[in-house]
Design a protein around this ligand. Structure first.
Ligand code: ARG
Length: 434
């Protein structure tokens, strides 16, 4: 059933219908119904339609909410499908539902409601991700691995400390989703097609019934803007990027060259050709899907660029982008949480070079300028290298002969394993409060 047609003599061609129909918005059904229930309730309360009519509309909409609905080929979008089904259920009064409303404010509302729920599910998945990182970090506080800068071994740290870096990134991702959800939970309803309606609707009431913040002040902004969706997709993308960096590390670390990680059977995939393979496909797909999500941010920005106010049909394309970004981030969080709990970490036996800084700092403790101690240790490394040796092979006698400010018991060089208990406690407090 079409929601319009009075001014047309002929029906729309099949090509036009097929090309303009969007089936992806069916996913908005629940939110569309919730929005319509609030709208119909408000219409009744404001006396724009009779109370009895409002009751009929609400009860029909509630039936669809509980039963679901079968979409037909002729349904242009989710909004028209609901109105068609409502007509089947409650008869002619269904035609009053769209009073004082347009699909333009309706679809903006539906997407906002979807994203309010979407953010809640991302926060749950992020919490699970953060918990996994904390748990795995806690049980790997003693496994030493190198840190890398420029992919060259730099200093030593623990597997636990390395993983907690990702926990802090995820904390910021969660806070970003929350702030985004707070901002987007405003009601566009009542903006109508673009500049409202002559009917005495109560915008504050529908917003209140939907548990949203106050109605958006500017109706053109309310129907024409999608920055809220782009921001949400950015939140997904940044979360994906953080996961992708760890995914890349897990891929590298599980190679025989690095050998820092062994993937459990549950999270490994085999090769159809090479019997010996144990492949890190989850991590590779997280890395791959991160690229899609980055593209989603670009797509949603490009969709808005150059659009004159207010609503333009281009905006119909926003939903597929938003859904994909949402699903990719959510699915990746769950899969990577599962992966990280099913890998075995091995100490990485850092290169001796990672001891250079702690050795130079021995002299700093004795008042030597860091720039000078850097030079002294650099020269020692140069000498040792010319003999095919490394810094961990220097003898106490050689060390003190190289520079008298060294002491024999500066060896063996000790670099403390970081104590991550404070970070773990802070992260757990954050989890309780969030
Ligand atoms: N399916 C449309 C969308 O997603 C709904 C709004 C249609 N509005 C219109 N004026 N044709 O954007």
């Amino acid at each position: 059933m079409s929601m319009w047609g009075g001014r047309f003599e002929e029906g729309m061609s099949e090509i036009t219908r097929d090309y303009t129909t969007d089936e992806s918005d069916r996913r908005l059904l629940e939110f569309d119904l919730r929005g319509s229930i609030a709208h119909a309730t408000m219409l009744g309360e404001s006396g724009i339609i009779a109370g009895e009519e409002a009751d009929q509309l609400v009860s029909g909409l509630e039936t669809i909410l509980s039963e679901g609905l079968e979409f037909h080929d002729g349904d242009e979008d989710v909004h028209s499908a609901v109105e068609r089904r409502l007509g089947e259920l409650v008869g002619e009064v269904a035609g009053k539902l769209h009073t004082g409303r347009s699909r333009n404010d309706q679809v903006a509302l539906d997407l906002r409601l979807f994203l309010v729920e979407g953010a809640k599910s991302q926060l749950l998945a992020l919490s699970e991700w953060i918990d996994s990182l904390i748990d795995v970090a806690e049980s790997h506080q003693g496994e030493i691995i190198p840190t890398y800068t420029h992919l060259q071994q730099a200093q030593i740290t623990s597997v636990g400390n390395h993983l907690l870096a990702y926990a802090w990134m995820a904390v910021r991702d969660a806070e970003r989703f929350k702030a985004c959800a707070d901002r987007l939970a405003a009601s566009p309803l009542g903006a109508g097609a673009s500049a409202g309606t002559t009917l005495p609707i109560d915008r504050a009431r529908t917003a209140e019934l939907l548990g949203l913040g106050p109605p958006m002040e500017n109706t053109l902004d309310a129907v024409g803007s999608r920055d809220f969706a782009a921001e949400y997709v950015f939140c997904c993308a940044q979360t994906m990027i953080h996961m992708s960096r760890l995914a890349e590390e897990l891929i590298l670390w599980s190679s025989s060259e690095f050998g820092i990680v062994a993937l459990g059977d549950q999270v490994s995939t085999g090769s159809s050709a090479l019997p010996h393979k144990r492949n890190p496909d989850i991590a590779e797909l997280v890395r791959g899907r991160a690229s899609t999500t980055v593209g989603d941010v670009a797509s949603l920005l490009a969709l808005q660029k150059g659009l004159p106010l207010t609503y333009n049909r281009d905006l119909q394309e926003d939903k597929q982008i938003v859904f994909r970004a949402h699903d990719d981030a959510h699915g990746s969080l769950r899969a990577l949480s599962h992966l990280i709990r099913n890998v075995e970490f091995k100490s990485g036996a850092p290169d001796a070079g990672t001891m250079a800084l702690p050795l130079a700092e021995k002299l700093v403790h004795r008042g030597v300028a860091f720039r000078e101690s850097h030079e002294v240790v650099g020269a020692l490394i140069l000498t040792l290298e010319s003999q095919g040796r490394s810094i961990d092979q220097v003898t106490p006698e050689e060390l003190t002969a190289h520079d008298a400010r060294f002491e024999e018991d500066d060896l063996p060089i000790d670099a403390p394993v970081p104590d991550i208990s404070g970070q773990i406690a802070a992260l757990r407090r954050w989890r309780e409060d969030f």
